[in-house]
Design a protein around this ligand. Sequence first.
Ligand SMILES: C[S@@+](CC[C@H](N)C(=O)[O-])C[C@H]1O[C@@H](n2cnc3c(N)ncnc32)[C@H](O)[C@@H]1O
Length: 263
Amino acid sequence: MTDSKKAQGQLTIVSLGPGDLNYLAPAARAALQAADVIVGYRFYVGLIRDLLAPHQQIVDSELGEEMARANLAIDLAARGQRVALVSSGDAGVYAMAGPVFEALANRGWTTGSVPTVEVIPGISALQAAAARLGALIAHDFCTISLSDLHTEWPIIARRVEAAAVGDFVIGFYNPRSAGRHWQLAEARRILLTQRSAATPVAIARHLMRPAEQITLTTLGELDVEQVDMMTLVIVGNSQTVRLGAHLATPRGYTAKIAQSVTA
Ligand SMILES: C[S@@+](CC[C@H](N)C(=O)[O-])C[C@H]1O[C@@H](n2cnc3c(N)ncnc32)[C@H](O)[C@@H]1O
């Protein structure tokens, strides 16, 4: 990094991936090691603590303090520090890039302003689950967060209905927590108006972490009690098939192959 870049400060929003450091991008690792200060939610900072050197300052905080964390990281970078703000999965997917850019917009920041901001991408929970399962998102898919902390439930319900009608494979983020226990059951009810009870469903918990657990079930038999905030729930589309412990959503390659053979 040049001296002028260092003097004006740099905020790097670093995606950590799902947990296992084998899935941390080399650019993310380099940004962590180049930082003066690491800012993040305590659990995520714990995942990368072994990569850090004693001289690097760590400012960790509790879950749910996203705006405070974003503003702190911006302030430190604006004062000339090299700041790595860590975020799980991909930082742009329901994660810290959101509050940072909201805070920057509120401050009138624009490209070229101080501090310099960079986002380093990572493997999202949906991609991790899809890889574990085989080819679940090989055709059109969407993600929906079931958290109604920032989005009103009627808007979420409309999106679930639209995804059901559109026959998308759906990854449900933030599916259930101690304080939010009914939303997943309601989403399941909406989906069952459009989709067969036999539709394959994966309940993927703690992906790519030591406690990883993946359970396959169906929409009809989905037990919402098995689901918590460490879980991603993925519902297949009308064509998704189960192959033992794997799930695949066909995109029509075999039909195309048959056509080209007969052409
Ligand atoms: C605030 S969102 C963060 C998403 C993250 N940025 C990503 O790209 O995966 C938190 C939700 O992501 C899902 N999630 C994140 N990491 C996960 C993992 N390792 N295993 C299963 N689900 C995960 C869960 O649904 C959790 O409630």
